[in-house]
Design a protein. Structure first.
Ligand SMILES: *[C@@H]1O[C@H](CO)[C@@H](O)[C@H](O)[C@H]1NC(C)=O
Length: 123
């Protein structure tokens, strides 16, 4: 049987050079400023699922950045999401918050106006 360890010994960074911090910030900025609603998620995160369902239920089609699936997601995760838990929701180019904030805004009636203002909802 082939011993696989030998071939991977020298290459811990298999995806090539990690992106520079500035490049990652630029990418995130571009992503959140060119989409009305962006959710940063990781797979298997139940609160990510909840926030997606809440927005889908309101008729919003959010842009979903899966940090553990997207090609540059790992760099984004490494640089920006060490402290900030997922889901992280951006509306109209601004960081809104996590699940608690989104639910709280939904309950106090500020979420829908915010979504309308961002152009994520028309009705
Ligand atoms: C609604 O809830 C959010 C999140 O807790 C809070 O930031 C905001 O100030 C609240 N707005 C009103 C009008 O209560």
């Amino acid at each position: 049987m082939q011993v696989m360890e030998d071939s991977s010994m020298g290459s811990t960074e298999e995806s090539g050079t990690p992106m520079r911090k500035e490049t990652v910030y630029e990418k995130v900025n571009l992503l959140v400023s060119s989409n009305a609603v962006v959710i940063f998620t990781i797979s298997g995160c139940s609160m990510c699922h909840v926030v997606k369902q809440l927005l889908f239920g309101l008729g919003v089609g959010p842009t979903i950045m899966e940090l553990d699936r997207d090609a540059c997601g790992r760099d984004i995760h490494r640089l920006l999401f060490q402290q900030q838990p997922v889901p992280a929701v951006f509306v109209g180019g601004k960081f809104l918050g996590g699940i608690e904030t989104v639910v709280a805004c939904h309950i106090n009636g500020t979420l829908i106006p915010l979504l309308k203002e961002a152009g994520a909802l028309w009705l």
